[in-house]
Design a protein around this ligand. Structure first.
Ligand code: ADP
Length: 448
């Protein structure tokens, strides 16, 4: 096992990693920007190093500062969390070169999965069904147009290096194609420094269903059920749950088996997620693989009774998985609401500032992952996630009832949050009946 893990991240995920390390008996090092010295991850880590000013580019996104902090403190591993450098192959490579274990898959694996066109190619070869579309990168808009005519509109243009729901454009007919192609390329160049595009059939009213995987270095891999992530705003997830009300035992086994097989064929190791689109006929298509722990991992932890962070750290340290598919029992239902410092009534405008009072819900079936507390100042420089509220119940109904009362108990004063939005969302008849898809929030207006 590692002796000391440096956490190259902030906020609730840094705290989550510290908790896992403590339970494993591993020492922790927090890094933080000047804007984050009052953050809880700094307080709860065994050591903390200030790595630079508030701007992420000069702190959390600067590989050299992070490696230097690891060397100074004698950390033998780095956990990247999610976001920031979590899927940065160069960073993983630098860790390797410095003799520090990057907790995640190999730099090559990250590189391949980070290129969405390449990832699709690998998955096709591994026998995983993918959305019909271009074989790799489009060489120009004419090639894209021709292919779009072949597979039929609507299609979606996606940036090869895209992420976080950005760099995607839906094209409804041939007249719109050229303009959308140019705009998508310009956007991708601006956001990711890479104008390469690929094209896919745009699946109408799909569900976003993802499979959680865990694999060790010895060819053992399991799936831990699915997560339903169709509640999205601008392709960004707001609420996740497990299981999905449209995935039955049969489909789960099918999606799980395909995912495990895919992961084993490419030699994947660590925690990973395969994201699928599920159409109304229950066909599923690979979209992308995330080579990190995800924001929404707690819903899987609740229903599988597995600690994904500890497992991820253990397998990175070279331990065997220690359990097989038969040992995984999925039980009950879990829901996660992302509580963001955003004004749900004003177009989700960020609302940083001082939290005047903070009351965390409790009681049966409640889990709150947060780095915030009363009088904490939410800095304006980073993403707006303040807390993840996760509820568990024997049934979806019970988990929902708990979410409803937990949202009432969750008092965050001084800033605007998405708590009122979630209250309305979980009261919507279509949400309650499980009748929704990724377009749900485009169709119903919950902001009023
Ligand atoms: P990112 O990496 O930016 O999150 P994804 O490829 O995971 O991008 O897609 C994000 C979301 O965009 C999906 O959850 C889905 O709602 C939508 N989407 C992506 N590809 C398609 C497609 N081919 N058809 C329909 N919706 C899509």
């Amino acid at each position: 096992m590692f002796k000391k893990v440096l956490i190259a991240n902030r906020s609730e995920i840094a705290l989550r990693i510290i908790r896992a390390c403590k339970e494993l008996g591993v020492a922790t090092v927090a890094v933080h920007s000047e804007a984050d010295s009052e953050s809880l991850h700094v307080r709860f880590a065994d050591e903390a190093v200030c790595i630079g000013p508030a701007a992420s580019a000069e702190s959390y996104l600067d590989p050299r500062r992070i490696i230097a902090a690891a060397e100074i403190t004698g950390a033998d591993a780095i956990h990247p969390g999610y976001g920031f450098l979590a899927e940065n192959a160069e960073f993983a490579e630098m860790c390797l070169d410095s003799g520090i274990k990057f907790i995640g898959p190999t730099p090559d694996m990250i590189r391949q999965m980070g290129n969405k066109a390449k990832a699709k190619e690998l998955m096709i070869n591994a026998g995983v069904p993918v959305v019909p579309g271009s074989e790799g990168v489009l060489s120009n808009s004419d090639e894209g147009l021709k292919l779009a005519e072949e597979i039929g509109y609507p299609v979606i243009l996606k940036a090869v290096s895209g992420g976080g729901g950005r760099g995607m454009r839906i094209v409804n007919n041939s007249e719109e194609f050229e303009m959308n192609y140019q705009m998508a390329q310009a956007e991708a160049q601006g956001a990711f420094g890479d104008p390469d595009m690929y094209l896919e059939k745009y699946i109408l009213n799909p569900r976003h269903i993802e499979i959680q995987l865990m694999a060790d270095q010895y060819g053992n891999a399991v799936y831990l059920g699915e997560r339903e992530c169709s509640i999205q705003r601008r392709h960004q997830k707001l609420l996740e749950e497990s299981p999905s009300s449209v995935v039955d035992e049969n489909l789960r086994r099918k999606m799980g088996a395909v995912s495990v097989e895919g992961a084993l064929k490419i030699g994947y190791e660590g925690a990973g997620t395969i994201e699928f689109l599920l159409d109304s006929d229950h066909n599923f298509y690979f979209m992308e693989m995330n080579t990190r722990i995800q924001v929404e991992h707690p819903v899987t932890e609740m229903v599988s009774n597995q600690d994904l962070l500890k497992d991820q750290i253990r397998v990175a340290a070279g331990e065997k998985l220690g359990y097989t598919q038969e040992n995984i029992r999925l039980e009950g239902h879990a829901i996660e609401c992302r509580i963001n410092a955003e004004d749900g009534e004003r177009n989700f405008m960020p609302s940083p500032g001082e939290i005047k009072s903070f009351n965390v819900p409790g009681g049966p079936g409640i889990r709150v992952d947060t780095h915030a507390y009363g009088h904490y100042h939410i800095p304006p420089y980073y993403d707006s996630l303040v807390a993840k509220l996760i509820t568990y119940g024997k049934t979806r109904e019970e988990a929902l009832a708990r979410m409803n009362r937990a949202l009432d108990e969750f008092i965050i004063e001084g800033i605007k949050t998405t708590i009122p939005f979630h209250k309305k969302l979980i009261a919507h008849p279509d949400f309650i009946s499980g009748n929704f898809d990724t377009g749900f929030l485009d169709r119903v207006d919950l902001t009023k």
